[in-house]
Design a protein around this ligand. Structure first.
Ligand code: IPM
Ligand code: MN
Length: 361
């Protein structure tokens, strides 16, 4: 029987509550589909930082390397200055483990209230492939003449061809395997580049050239499309059915995936994977630690459950993944009153039970 070693990092705020439900569903899937999971908990997060001054130390990264995958709850604590935990844990893990892809599906499930007028589940079904270890997030920067009227601050958007190519390669491969032929875009799968070639004439010129070269040479069957990032935001609202797979740099990807999340029903449902296609990946609900709901049992665990689904698929357990997605669709379509915390009509644990029962059934 196959067995997977899963590092579980529940983290802060509501992270632990939603992670428990995701683990419940993973265990139900393991029983149903005949694989084993060995789970180990890690307490990286705000509480540990306040106790020990440690975020994610190098030794922690080394410990994580012994696992097949990582399931993360949420990082962010109201008593810790912003940036410390985000950079020290989340970004540290992404960079140290070279998780150079951030895969964020934007899918509207049945029964979920969508803020876009006239749009339904058939219209909102695409993925964003966000470059995850470069760009402004790791470009050099700093202050000079700090705290004077002449203070200068810089933070550079830096990409090399290697980073761009490996991200594009993943996106083209993803479009070839999972594309669904975006509506109104012909009868082939479409990969769209989201950039800003009219202003960022160096960085996105590199992306643009690399995109076209790779597409022409290796993926002639995939339709190529291009949008500036500002226009991307507009079309994500107006015509989301145009999108199939979108690929973009780190900063733009961060921004457009929050927009995408709200079109699919918000943070209660949006999940993502920090993926190292050749190494160790980490899956997370993208919603954050929601301190004000902590410990109340009212937060929606579906985003964490969807993260667990992506995690199992990345391990090759596709059937288990599909079954979980089907279960989540049934729960949103026939059970929950709303995705919002406190208004689901069920507690956090009850939602986990509903999904787990459907997966087991
Ligand atoms: C995300 C988050 C992070 C990011 C923050 C918390 C560092 O917004 O995962 O999208 O900017 O990548
Ligand atoms: Mn973000």
């Amino acid at each position: 029987m196959k067995s997977y070693k899963i590092a579980v990092m529940p983290g802060d705020g509501t992270g632990p509550e939603v992670t428990v439900e995701a683990v419940k569903v993973v265990k139900a899937a393991a029983d149903k589909f005949g694989f084993k999971v060995e789970l180990a908990d890690f307490d990286f997060g705000g509480e540990r930082y306040m106790r020990t001054g440690e975020t994610l130390p190098d030794s922690g990264v080394e410990e994580l390397r012994a696992f097949d995958t990582i399931l993360l709850g949420a990082i962010g604590h109201p008593d810790v200055q912003p940036g410390i935990l985000e950079k020290g844990i989340l970004l540290k893990a992404r960079f140290a483990l070279d998780q150079y892809i951030n895969l964020r599906p934007v899918k509207l499930f049945p029964g979920v209230e969508c803020p876009l007028k006239g749009k339904g589940p058939d219209d909102i079904d695409y993925v964003v492939v966000r470059e995850n270890t470069g760009g402004i997030y790791t470009g050099t920067g700093g202050f000079s003449m700090k705290d004077t009227p002449h203070e200068v601050a810089t933070q550079s958007m830096v990409y090399n061809r290697y980073q761009v190519d490996r991200c594009l390669r993943y996106a083209f491969e993803y479009a070839a395997k999972h594309g669904k032929k975006a509506r109104g875009k012909g009868d082939t799968n479409t990969l769209a580049l989201c950039g800003k070639t009219n202003v960022l004439t160096y960085v996105y010129d590199l992306w643009w050239r690399a995109f076209n070269e790779m597409g022409e040479k290796d993926y002639p069957e995939i339709n190529r499309d291009y949008y500036h990032v500002d226009a991307t935001c507009m079309w994500m609202i107006k015509n989301p059915e145009w999108f199939d797979v979108l690929v973009t740099g780190n900063m733009f990807g961060d921004i457009i995936t929050d927009l995408g999340a709200i079109t699919q029903g918000g943070m209660g449902i949006a999940a993502g994977g920090n993926i190292n296609p050749e190494g160790l990946s980490m899956f997370e609900p993208i919603g954050g630690s929601a301190p004000k709901y902590t410990g109340k049992g009212v937060i929606n665990p579906l985003a964490a459950i969807c993260a667990a689904q992506m995690m199992l698929e990345s391990l090759g357990e596709d059937q288990a993944g599909q079954k979980i997605e089907q279960a989540v669709r049934t729960v949103t379509g026939t059970k929950l009153k709303s995705l919002a915390a406190g208004r689901m009509g069920y507690s956090t644990a009850e939602v986990g039970d509903l999904v787990a029962e459907l997966v087991a059934g």
